[in-house]
Design a protein around this ligand. Structure first.
Ligand SMILES: NC(=O)c1ccc[n+]([C@@H]2O[C@H](COP(=O)([O-])OP(=O)(O)OC[C@H]3O[C@@H](n4cnc5c(N)ncnc54)[C@H](OP(=O)(O)O)[C@@H]3O)[C@@H](O)[C@H]2O)c1
Length: 267
């Protein structure tokens, strides 16, 4: 990669940056598209976030930046505006910097999931969805599949309050979608769901239990995962053995460079 005075600059704001691979993913994708854009992680402590954002307003060759843990929620208060997607998700993962220094926050996680499904020939519209997890990614996915017109969404989260809060938001925003929030899988039956989504962190560690009980995984269901490492989690392994269509965690990440390029109007 050549970085010159013509190169448009992006950052990814995080605190610990050792694990960040998003900059590499974006750099490679932009290079493939022939875009003269360079992305670098920046390590910023939460107490310095405000100052960092104010500084970026003045950096005239910066076109925007990504935002990740722990800044995804906090960042909104330092921006001029956020898109309806970021507003609904309560989190920002990309920010566009306009030439006058104005900053607009957006979130592409949910769109990434929907586009990733579509790339595999799956539409969320009309689906009865069982989703484990109601954290940051869970919220993004639930809003995105509801916006696509899924028939119903059953949220299961060990912290029931979180699931209920998300369920309430979905019911308000999408009155046509049936929403159910539960603390566990008791009472749910095989065949009740067309799509099963793991939006929890379960599956990252070797000893993790399956995030969804095996009896609910039926061959007719599409099974989608958010965990990217390992690429084939216990859930995906079980689903594949049963003959389900499976969607790996990387499917929602892969469309993100194109979604970011569109948001920043790079193309
Ligand atoms: N594929 C992608 O593009 C992509 C993008 C971002 C993140 N991710 C992955 O998505 C996963 C979740 O990230 P996040 O940002 O949503 O995190 P988060 O906001 O911290 O939420 C974590 C979720 O996992 C649940 N959970 C965690 N440990 C659990 C356990 N032992 N048993 C049951 N539930 C458990 C939490 O339940 P409680 O609410 O009850 O704690 C919550 O629903 C991570 O693995 C992350 O790497 C993937």
């Amino acid at each position: 990669m050549r970085i010159t005075g013509q190169t448009r600059i992006m950052f990814i704001l995080a605190d610990a940056v050792g694990h960040i691979v998003g900059s590499d993913v974006l750099n490679q994708a932009f290079e493939r598209e022939g875009l003269d854009v360079a992305v670098s992680p920046l390590s910023i402590a939460p107490e310095d976030l405000k100052m960092a954002v104010q500084t970026i307003r003045c950096l005239k060759n910066v076109i925007g930046f990504g935002v990740t843990i722990p800044h995804k929620t906090e960042i909104a208060r330092y921006l001029d505006d956020v898109t309806p997607e970021a507003q609904a998700m309560g989190a920002v993962n990309f920010v566009r910097r306009f030439p006058d220094g104005r900053l607009l926050g957006h979130n592409v996680d949910g769109a990434g999931f929907v586009v990733g499904l579509r790339a595999e020939g799956i539409e969320a519209k009309g689906k009865r969805i069982l989703q484990a997890g109601a954290g940051g990614v869970g919220k993004a996915i639930a809003h995105a599949v509801a916006a696509e017109g899924c028939a119903s969404i059953t949220l299961v989260n060990r912290d029931l309050q979180k699931a209920a809060r998300l369920g309430g938001e979905l019911s308000n925003r999408f009155p046509g979608v049936r929403v159910n929030a539960l603390a566990g899988f008791d009472g749910l039956q095989a065949g009740q769901f067309d799509m099963i989504v793991n939006a929890t962190a379960l599956g990252m560690e070797e000893g993790d239990p399956r995030p969804v009980p095996e009896h609910l995984i039926v061959p007719e269901a599409v099974v989608a995962e958010v965990v990217m490492q390992p690429a084939v989690t216990k859930l995906l392994e079980t689903a594949a053995t049963k003959g389900c269509k499976t969607i790996p965690g990387k499917a929602m990440m892969e469309p993100q460079p194109a979604l970011v390029a569109k948001f920043l109007e790079l193309l």
